[in-house]
Design a protein around this ligand. Structure first.
Ligand code: SF4
Length: 183
């Protein structure tokens, strides 16, 4: 199985989730958020196509990493390949964070994309909204985004936030209500 990446694996990140992480930058994103920091990752025919087995091999050789972070681009555009990578990361004892421009509810309602949820520990969801940008947020760019505890959300069958990172509830609720989603 192949995956299209925007860059090499990036080790030792401390800004893409908790702890020390290896970031997997996927290529291809349909959301085209105004103010996106990585517009070069939007095109589906750019970046470099690599074998998922190669990515897994690289992960196996890492040292001192707490987890992986799927970012991009939107990793859920290549969900099958990302599931394979997540499974492998879990086998290695690494936790998984994932950034997506989709809302959690949209992922859950998509029969293909939802298959990745059991392999994700934390999902940072929703598009980047320039008007809601703040430098005072944990692990996200704009206030509408949510840092979601996925195992808890699956168990409770509702969106459960990682409580220590949830201090802008009123703002993202407003955004989600505009989309017809109530949290
Ligand atoms: S979802 Fe992320 S990568 Fe895609 S356009 Fe929005 S900010 Fe950029």
């Amino acid at each position: 199985m192949k995956i299209r990446l925007a860059a090499d694996l990036q080790m030792d990140s401390i800004v893409d989730g908790e702890g020390i992480r290896t970031v997997i930058w996927t290529q291809g994103c349909p959301h085209h958020c105004k103010g996106c920091h990585n517009p070069e990752t939007w095109a589906y025919d750019q970046g470099i196509e690599v074998d998922v087995e190669e990515v897994k091999k690289e992960l196996s050789q890492l040292e001192g990493q707490d987890g992986i972070t799927l970012s991009g681009g939107d990793p859920l555009e290549q969900v099958d390949a990302c599931i394979e990578i997540c499974k492998h990361a879990k086998k290695l004892g690494m936790n998984v964070w994932c950034y997506t421009g989709y809302l959690y509810e949209e992922v859950q309602n998509d029969p293909e994309k939802k298959k990745i949820l059991p392999y994700i520990d934390v999902l940072v969801d929703g598009p980047f909204i320039l008007e809601e940008r703040s430098l005072d947020l944990y692990f996200k760019g704009s206030r509408n985004q949510r840092v979601i505890d996925v195992p808890e959300s699956l168990k409770e069958q509702k969106v459960c936030l990682v409580s220590k990172y949830a201090k802008e509830k009123d703002v993202f609720s407003r955004y989600q209500k505009e989309k017809g989603i109530f949290v």
